[in-house]
Design a protein around this ligand. Structure first.
Ligand code: ATP
Length: 345
């Protein structure tokens, strides 16, 4: 029996070691039913190994994996109600698009008329109606990726695993597919687990994200939680850009010996005689570098007494000439105290 509260996937202290390499090390995780969940992290952080263990292509060295409450740790891939979409599509080149999509039904001996009907529904879902008679070689990269998605969804798996599925596409197409993929996931309501090393992709699509670092999960949270309240210096640095402040500089600003991160766009670049609101931290400095980036400008400010902070401001009214004049000027930086994230030890 499954219900709303049974997680789609649960990792109970899962490790996968290859000799000395701790690919995954003591991971605890709960992925909710119907969730778009991303595993994000740099290369080699253990994401794909986690996905392979969910699919059953690999087994944990220790710990248990549950699929809707059932312990699947020792089940072979074909006995798990999950399907995988790979980056390289893995389509059969000699089959038509419709036959590729219906392949999973053919293996299950579903009658031809039913297969074609369901393949058509899937073609509709991925916006490829009318493409059923083509061969994969007659499709673009983005279209092939949609066929791979349709093929993986036709059996209505409980969980769909996607391993960097957009990695081979160019930026524009990738951004378009991100939006489509999310829309398709909403329509079918299936739990999607998406592996990526691209933070923007994870932030765009996910209900929640697990951030991997050296085989361990550093933080699990919604995109805004991860971005606004990074739990560690690693998270703050990997997702977006952040100022990491510690030691003497942090003590001078906050009055206590803490380490914190503050996002560059949260800092106000004021003139030197401005009064900061009382619920703000403040620090005076000199603008040492100005990088005009069209939509916004990035300022590097050297703080009085040591340290520096990066500040980003939108160019709402300013032009490139205006912002360049700021270089060399003294400034009062201030930001709401609530916008800092304190880092653990
Ligand atoms: P990428 O984004 O590059 O795919 P990843 O986060 O998915 O990286 P994994 O593929 O899970 O990382 O690999 C995690 C670690 O485990 C790496 O150091 C990798 O070299 C190692 N590893 C993975 N599979 C094996 C294997 N079969 N034998 C030995 N080491 C392995």
């Amino acid at each position: 029996m499954t219900n709303q509260t049974t997680p789609a996937i649960k990792f109970d202290n899962v490790s996968r070691h290859f000799g000395d390499v701790k690919a995954v090390d003591g991971a605890d995780l709960e992925i909710r039913d119907g969730e778009f969940f991303s595993m994000l992290g740099p290369s080699g952080s253990g994401k794909t190994t986690c996905l392979r263990m969910i699919a059953g292509f690999d087994r944990p060295t220790s710990g248990r994996i549950f699929l809707y409450g059932q312990d699947v740790s020792d089940l072979p891939p074909y006995e798990r109600d999950v399907n995988t979409v790979f980056q390289d599509y893995a389509l059969f080149p000699h089959m038509t698009v419709a036959d590729n999509i219906a392949y999973g039904l053919m293996v299950k001996n579903v009658a031809k008329a039913e297969r074609l009907k369901r393949a058509d529904e899937m073609l509709d879902l991925v916006q490829l109606s009318g493409f059923g008679g083509r061969k994969p070689s007659q499709l673009s990269g983005g279209q092939r990726q949609r066929v791979a998605l349709a093929r993986a969804l036709i059996n209505h798996p409980k969980v769909l695993l996607l391993d960097e599925p957009l990695g081979a596409l160019d930026l524009k197409l990738r951004q378009q597919m991100q939006v489509e993929l999310k829309a398709i996931q909403k329509r079918v309501g299936i739990t999607f687990i998406f592996v990526t090393h691209d933070q923007e992709e994870a932030l765009t699509m996910s209900d929640r994200i697990a951030l991997f670092h050296q085989g361990k999960i550093e933080q699990i949270g919604s995109p805004s939680e991860i971005y606004e309240h990074p739990a560690s210096a690693f998270v703050a640095g990997f997702v977006g850009t952040s100022n990491l402040v510690s030691g003497e500089v942090a003590e001078r600003i906050t009055g206590s010996d803490i380490t914190f991160s503050i996002r560059p766009e949260k800092i106000h670049l004021g003139s030197i005689n401005e009064t900061a609101p009382s619920d703000n931290y403040t620090s005076d400095g000199t603008v040492r570098d100005v990088i005009y980036l069209g939509l916004y400008t990035r300022y590097l400010v050297e703080l009085e007494g040591g340290g520096d902070l990066v500040v980003v401001e939108q160019n709402l009214k300013t032009t490139s000439m205006d912002v360049l004049k700021i270089k060399g000027q003294r400034t009062r930086l201030y930001w709401n105290k609530e916008h800092i994230s304190r880092m653990g030890a």
